[in-house]
Design a protein around this ligand. Structure first.
Ligand code: FES
Ligand SMILES: [Fe+2]
Length: 426
């Protein structure tokens, strides 16, 4: 008997007929022309998560974000009224980069009352207003109020800070996120402030790494070393099937179920997992978050364990039943490379054992992500070879892979249509 809440008829993929079931091309992961249009069509139009409100806790707290795909750097700052704002990190005098610490190309963070340009000392308030110009009277017909920092659309949902580089975004952040994602309103993200951050420059297109987290059935195979021989023997012969997939506009999610790790037999755990009561699946002893966690299990699956929300284009929020979550972000740095960011968020530990449990989860996660990343650099190279002038099959469990490439393709097609219309009318 099928134990999973499958669609009434057919497969997950056929449940969303727009997706089709055909072979797909990975030209979108190798073509420089596609990458250039993707930057314009997707990354300069979609709402992009650049941090959490905890990154800018007080008035004057700021972080900078280097957005290579847009050839820009942003300042994200909390102003005196508590509003989170974003500006291009560029002085309006002669274009100097205003905020950096060790090197202009490196991201930084800090706290200040005004931003002062290192070149000729122009100063800007936390709301971007230019409020001091060196030797102001020597400029011509000059009104410094017209030379504030250039703002970028910025909004916050559930403590996640998003920016939008479009001149006028076609949708508000909330409308863009849609009902599946915003159903998480009220989830206690704000309580999970103990963080472990990782980032890596990876030699593959950003979508290939996103794809590695969009299905789970590669886990018993690619990540077999993460499991003890006893677990491996069992899971590899069983295969793996996730019980619920859901699409909402350009966003998607997959849920998995599973018994809590603490209930597994001892020979299914490594000694470090037993010693720290933690591992890849996170600490075994969970914080009390209450019973009613909104939005995390839209499929209503029994024994729900993980919800993995893929927020278009480049954010993943992975929520664990055991009371913690992870974020992944993928930032294209060229057609065939990207910067990956992974962060684990926990309710703060209150003693040494809780801290050790969180550290163990973080270390295991890093190892796991490295296994994916190492593989994908090989995938990228193979897809750039002449052998890749072909198309590839995707199974039903790869529905989210199909959906990501289709969503990106649809946005790029729409952009290309608009561009050719504009040329025709010029
Ligand atoms: S470039 Fe910033 S003050 Fe001159
Ligand atoms: Fe993986």
């Amino acid at each position: 008997m099928d134990q999973y809440p499958r669609p009434a008829e057919g497969t997950w993929t056929e449940h969303y007929p727009d997706l089709g079931t055909g072979l797909i091309s990975y030209e979108d992961c190798v073509s420089p022309e596609f990458a250039a249009d993707e930057s314009e069509a997707v990354f300069k139009r979609a709402w992009l998560n650049v941090g959490r409100v905890e990154d800018v806790p007080r008035a004057g707290s700021y972080v900078t974000r280097e957005l290579t795909f847009a050839k820009t750097s942003l300042i994200v700052v909390r102003d005196a009224q508590g509003q989170v704002r974003a500006f291009h990190n560029m002085c309006r005098h002669r274009g100097n980069k205003i905020v950096w610490t060790n090197a202009p190309s490196e991201e930084t963070s800090g706290s200040c009352r005004t931003f002062t340009c290192k070149y000729h000392g122009w100063r800007y308030g936390l709301d971007g207003t230019c409020n001091f110009v060196q030797q102001e009277s020597e400029f011509f017909d000059f009104d410094k109020s017209a030379f504030g920092l250039i703002p970028v659309h910025c909004d916050v949902w559930a403590g996640f800070i998003f920016v939008n580089l479009a001149e006028s975004p076609p949708q508000s952040l909330r409308d863009f996120l849609g009902t599946m994602v915003t159903a998480l309103d009220g989830y206690p993200f704000d309580r999970m402030t103990e963080r472990y951050d990782f980032s890596a420059d990876i030699a593959c297109n950003w979508k290939l790494f996103a794809d590695a987290f969009q299905e789970y059935y590669h886990v018993p195979i690619l990540h077999s070393q993460e499991a003890t021989p006893a677990t491996r023997a069992k899971t590899q012969s069983m295969g793996f099937e996730a019980p619920h997939y859901q699409l909402d506009g350009p966003h998607r999610m997959v849920s998995t179920s599973g018994a809590p790790r603490r209930s597994w037999p001892e020979d299914f755990q490594y000694p470090i997992e037993v010693a720290t009561r933690s591992g890849l699946f996170g600490p075994w002893d969970e914080p009390d978050l209450g019973d009613d966690l909104p939005g995390v299990n839209p499929g209503g699956i029994p024994k729900w364990a993980i919800a993995n929300f893929q927020v278009f284009p480049n954010l993943e929020i992975l929520i664990w039943e055991t009371g913690w979550y992870m974020l992944y972000r993928y930032w294209p740095t060229s057609p065939t490379t990207h910067r990956y960011e992974g962060t684990l968020f926990f309710v703060p530990s209150t003693n040494a054992s809780e801290r050790a449990a969180r550290e163990c989860a973080a270390v295991m996660f890093k190892e796991f992500a490295l296994q994916d990343a190492g593989t994908l650099e090989g995938t990228q190279k193979a897809l750039e070879s002449p052998a890749a002038q072909t198309v590839f099959p995707l199974s039903d469990q790869e529905i989210l892979v199909r959906h990501l490439h289709k969503s990106v393709g649809d946005w790029v097609d729409a952009y290309r249509r608009e561009r050719s219309e504009a040329v025709r009318h010029a």
